[in-house]
Design a protein around this ligand. Structure first.
Ligand SMILES: Nc1ncnc2c1ncn2[C@@H]1O[C@H](COP(=O)(O)OP(=O)(O)O)[C@@H](O)[C@H]1O
Ligand SMILES: [Mg+2]
Length: 273
């Protein structure tokens, strides 16, 4: 004789809801600006994390060449005043962005006339700060320039600061600006200044920068330590995260919001012309 067996109902079969793919133009940018708050997928409404507000920071984590600067340039289009620190003076993606390169900032140096005019008349201004340095003297000048740029952004407020190669800027041997940027991450929120930092080596992923970040992006990587660092600062399970990162196609990125109940977002930024 067979007994009737009652089993618990199986979980509803369905696509994984902890990751939502957002099309860059149609969904991702509208999400960041607050125009898109939820998406429909297979008949289900999925609420997204809150939009990107002034004073909220990003951390971009991934090996070189995976699309960090490309994502930064695409995202920074949403901001009116942008300073991109290019400590090597040779980032090709930044160079292709059309930003104006400056090698000095107020109060030490004046901006080029057209830049100052745009600022005075309230038009958007996107600047790259940095130059190649070959001699010891140029090295020193570049260090001073990076320090000036951070101070300028901190004092004048309203800017979004993109710190490419954060590890280089914070390195003891090179720029020693880690503490300056960390201080800025904390005070910036109040001043409505957002900071986007980018990292390419797991050992250098600053706990400070990732913990202060509202949005943390991870790019395709096999580096488990990198994934663990991101998972830990964003309060996610690293194995789950690793499974998703392993499936990221080239140039795709996983955007993790600090709100752990919000779904993670997968997208791909367009190549900078
Ligand atoms: N979505 C994309 N489609 C095609 N090429 C891309 C895309 N994103 C980045 N690339 C290319 O990959 C290279 C590295 O991108 P970049 O954003 O500079 O990476 P990273 O800053 O992580 O080193 C660049 O030549 C860039 O044009
Ligand atoms: Mg880059």
């Amino acid at each position: 004789m067979t007994m009737p067996v009652t089993r618990p109902a199986p979980p509803p079969a369905g696509p994984r809801r902890n990751v939502v793919y957002l099309d860059w133009e149609r969904e991702f940018l509208p999400w960041l600006t607050g125009k898109l708050r939820r998406v429909d997928r297979d008949g289900e409404r999925i609420p997204l994390a809150p939009a990107w507000k002034p004073g909220e920071h990003w951390a971009l984590v991934g090996p070189t060449g995976e699309g960090k600067s490309t994502l930064a340039v695409g995202t920074l289009k949403l901001r009116k005043w942008v300073l991109a620190l290019d400590p090597k003076g040779e980032d090709e993606t930044l160079a292709a962005s059309g930003y104006v390169r400056v090698t000095g900032l107020p109060p030490r140096k004046r901006f080029p006339k057209e830049v100052q005019k745009d600022l005075d008349e309230g038009r958007p201004v996107h600047l790259i700060v940095g130059a190649q340095a070959r001699t010891d003297q140029e090295d020193l000048a570049l260090q001073e320039l990076m320090r000036d740029a951070i101070t300028y952004a901190r004092h004048s407020g309203g800017w979004t600061l993109y710190v490419d190669e954060f590890e280089l800027l914070s390195s003891q041997r090179m720029f020693r600006l880690g503490p300056n940027i960390e201080r800025m991450l904390i005070t910036a929120r109040r001043d409505k200044t957002s900071v986007i930092t980018s990292f390419q080596a797991a050992a250098w992923v600053s706990k400070h920068a990732t913990r202060q970040a509202t949005f943390c992006c991870i790019f395709p990587t096999r580096d488990r330590n990198m994934i663990k660092a991101v998972a830990e600062s964003m309060g996610r399970d690293w194995r789950t995260l690793a499974d998703i990162v392993d499936e990221l196609p080239p140039f795709h990125v996983l955007v993790i919001h600090k709100n752990i109940r919000a779904p993670m977002v997968m997208t791909k930024a367009p190549k900078v012309a």
